[in-house]
Write a protein that binds this ligand. Structure first.
Ligand SMILES: [Zn+2]
Length: 151
């Protein structure tokens, strides 16, 4: 009788833990300014029915160290399949147009989440062009969707 009670209790506690996990979702952290662009990437994946692995860590943040190395962004979590850790240079961000900002976030998150390498498509070219804008981004985004769908 007691054994049966303990058995049930274990099941309830397990179910509760799973429910809690579901509510909490991924440990999603992004700088406030970067957050809308990260959400745009998530919507892009959803709209194109591109699934991704559950990430135990999901961080997208500004990192002042990048300025010293002249990097626009860095995907520290690349090849770590359960971790997203993207750094963005604040100074590059501040002088980027809306198309370039999207370009940067989409580029780094595609490195980090899907391990996409440079040269895979236009969006994964090693460096953004000074002339990149919303128009060139939208074209590159469509190509990226095809690459990820066929991955
Ligand atoms: Zn890159």
């Amino acid at each position: 009788m007691v054994g049966r009670f303990v058995y049930r209790l274990v099941i309830y506690v397990t179910l509760f833990a799973f429910a809690l996990q579901g509510c909490r979702g991924q440990n999603f952290v992004a700088d406030e300014e970067l957050m809308p662009y990260v959400h745009e990437y998530m919507s892009f994946l959803k709209d194109n029915k591109i699934g991704m692995q559950f990430q135990t860590k999901f961080v997208v943040s500004f990192n002042p160290f990048l300025d010293a190395f002249r990097f626009a962004g860095y995907a520290e979590g690349m090849d770590k399949d359960k971790e997203v850790n993207v750094y963005v240079s604040k100074s590059v961000w501040n002088r980027s147009n809306e198309g370039q900002k999207r370009w940067l976030i989409f580029h780094e998150l595609s490195h980090d989440i899907f391990n996409l390498r440079h040269g895979t498509c236009e969006l994964m070219k090693p460096q953004m062009d000074i002339k990149d804008n919303m128009e060139t981004f939208e074209i590159a985004k469509k190509e990226l969707a095809e690459v990820l769908k066929n991955k």
